[in-house]
Write a protein of this length. Structure first.
Lengths: 323, 323
């Protein structure tokens, strides 16, 4: 029994030694492993995840990431071709395509990132400096902005407000340009550059004052246009009011005069017809009217000087009156 | 059979249970502790054996090989997760929810080379846990970068007015579509459900001038309303006045004609009588009138018509009468 115990103990010890000495290693789902012996790679890269064996103590495990990896560039200040200073923040996607080549040329990720920074950084700088700012901002050259009352209302001359300046390339073409230029340079390091995009493009703070001043003056221009439109409309309405008032009042005046004139004429006609219907009528009218007037005219302050030759006082002279 | 002995002769009997007992107990405890796990609701668990993908399990209590042979990653696949850009609300459980530099995240350049501040939210779900865990190294960071890039592309093709006022829904839809296609390209194992714009503003320095435009629009409306008010106060009143004037003229017409006809009717009646007996009627009317008129006159003087010089007589007589 002691012997079996001893052999079991020795067996366990051997297994423990193997484990401690590193005969087993796991490759995770996200890794690929290169085995090196005395600093030199042996065999093909191991990409199958799971439990693997190696010679303990002599062979070392070097782990490389198998996944899509990210590169996030530092924001850099670059002038565009039209001399606008902007901050560009880009990011990219890469992976280890040739593990052996990568391992030999680069060794670890820190070096890889610095390589990426160098190459991508310089390609980005070149591309930005070669294009105008608008090419970096816009992508879709066919896009027409949605009309807005603020911009297009009133038909006034608004210059370039509310328009999208035209482009020849656009951001996506520039990103593709950078990517293809950098990808070929990175291939020799066993790195495959899968994508490069601009995350942020912002005005350099020194330039912002100028931009804000322009935006402010644009808005104030729009505001004053609105106000002058208001004044114009109000003046038009006031003018219409004057016109309509004059029209109404003068038409009414004309009608009133017409009616009154007709009335007066008709009345005159009635009187004239009556007073001239026969010769006695006009004579009688004159008589009656005179009688009426004597009643009105002769009052307390009138002095009458009457002659005995009159039809009333002729009997004062002689009894038979006027002959 | 050799026995282990100590130098002073006492036989040393190694008791198997004294040494192995506690060790075995410890081992059993360790095994028990590491052989089960729970996956919370809304989540799934990804099981790896020796680092190699084994299976994906749903919520609940599960068992696994102990002592680190099996490992489990838990992902909240059924929960809708969100990412905030340009702002950060506290109390988040998803570490990818906020970024590192909210101010930089929200500054953007618009398609008409103006500046705007845009805050937005991306809602997404982890759809493919394998891809999410094993194909990409920082899927959450990649999603953040892609979201910023997509939003800036969309904003970069729009005018500042579209961004701030009328184009919000269009931007949300375009950004969602663009982001969805990028996420598919990057094989993140994520599906984006919604992109929602939150606060969108012009930069602080120019906000006053943007408000000025709104004020000016209001002013314009006011001016037009006031002018219309004036019009509506004056014109109906004038119309009413005109109507009333015309009615008054009509009234005048009736009056004059009726009066004339009345006068003539009474004249005709008297005329009829006059024509039947002209001399008598004339004399009667004359004497009636004189009878009324002469008494009401003031001074009366009856002189003979052969009297030539009656001026001094007149003066004394009139003076007497007047007393």
């Amino acid at each position: 029994m002691n012997r079996t115990l001893l052999s079991v103990g020795i067996g366990l010890a051997i297994v423990a030694l193997l484990i401690v000495g590193g005969a087993f290693y796991t490759v995770s789902q996200t890794e690929q492993v290169i085995i090196t012996q005395f600093g030199r790679p042996v065999g093909d890269p191991i990409t199958e995840p799971g439990l693997h064996f190696k010679i303990p103590l002599i062979q070392m495990v070097n782990r490389l990431d198998k996944r899509f990896l990210e590169w996030d560039g530092q924001p850099v200040g670059i002038p565009t071709r039209d001399k606008t200073y902007i901050y560009v923040d880009a990011f990219g996607r890469w992976r280890v395509q040739e593990p052996l080549q990568y391992f030999l040329r680069i060794r670890d990720e820190r070096s890889a990132q610095s390589r990426l920074e160098d190459i991508l950084g310089s390609e980005i700088r070149n591309a930005i400096a070669k294009h105008d700012l608008i090419e970096i901002v816009r992508s879709d050259k066919d896009r027409v902005p949605q009309g807005d009352e603020i911009i297009s209302g009133g038909g006034a001359n608004i210059g370039t407000i509310g328009m999208l300046p035209r482009i020849n390339f656009g951001r996506q073409k520039i990103e593709a340009e950078i990517k293809s230029a950098a990808a070929s340079k990175l291939r020799e390091f066993g790195i495959e550059l899968l994508d490069l995009r601009l995350k942020r493009v912002n005005y350099n703070p020194d330039v912002l004052d100028r931009i804000y001043a322009r935006m402010t003056s644009e808005r104030l221009q729009i505001a004053s246009r609105f106000r002058s439109e208001g004044e114009g409309e109000a003046a038009k309405i006031a003018g219409k009011k004057e016109r309509d008032l004059n029209e109404i009042q003068s038409t009414a005046y004309r009608k009133v005069q017409q009616i009154r004139g007709e009335a007066d004429a008709k009345a005159s006609e009635i009187y004239a017809k009556a007073y001239t219907q026969n010769p006695q009528a006009s004579d009688f009218y004159r008589f009656l009217k005179s009688m009426e007037i004597y009643r009105k005219v002769l009052a307390k302050d009138s002095t009458l000087v009457l002659s005995t030759d009159s039809d009333l006082f002729d009997l004062l002279r002689r009894i038979s009156g006027k002959q | 059979m050799a026995r282990l002995t100590v130098i002073d002769g006492t036989p040393l009997k190694p008791s198997p249970y004294a040494i192995a007992g506690p060790l075995v107990a410890l081992l059993v405890l360790a095994i028990a502790w590491t052989s089960y796990y729970t996956v919370p609701a809304e989540s799934e668990g990804v099981v790896l054996r020796f680092g190699r993908y084994l299976e994906t399990v749903a919520a609940g209590l599960h068992f696994k090989w102990p002592l680190g042979i099996d490992s489990v990653e838990i992902l909240p696949t059924r929960r809708q997760l969100k990412m905030e850009f340009g702002f950060a609300t506290p109390g988040y459980s998803n570490p990818g929810q906020i970024g590192t530099d909210a101010d930089r995240e929200k500054s953007m350049v618009t398609g008409d080379l103006n500046a705007a501040l845009v805050e937005w939210v991306v809602q997404y779900r982890i759809q493919d846990p394998r891809k999410y865990l094993f194909d990409v190294r920082s899927p959450a960071q990649s999603l953040r970068d892609l979201s910023e890039s997509a939003m800036r592309e969309v904003i970069g093709d729009r005018t500042v007015d579209e961004v701030i006022t009328i184009g919000r829904q269009d931007i949300e839809i375009s950004a969602l579509t663009r982001l969805q296609s990028l996420v598919k390209l990057y094989e993140l194992g994520i599906v984006v459900d919604q992109v929602q714009l939150k606060n969108v503003n012009p930069p602080q320095a120019v906000q006053a001038s943007f408000n000025e435009v709104n004020k000016a629009q209001q002013d314009r409306e006011n001016m037009i309303n006031l002018a219309n008010g004036d019009y509506n106060k004056a014109v109906p009143k004038a119309k009413g006045q005109a109507e009333s004037d015309i009615q008054a003229a009509e009234g005048y017409r009736f009056k004059r004609i009726n009066e004339a006809e009345g006068d003539i009717a009474s004249f005709n009646a008297v005329l009829e009588q006059y024509i039947k007996a002209p001399q008598v009627t004339r004399t009667r009317l004359y004497l009636e009138t004189m009878g009324d008129v002469i008494p009401q006159a003031g001074a009366k003087l009856i002189v003979d018509d052969s009297l030539r010089q009656w001026l001094p007589l007149l003066q004394s007589k009139v003076g007497e009468e007047r007393k």
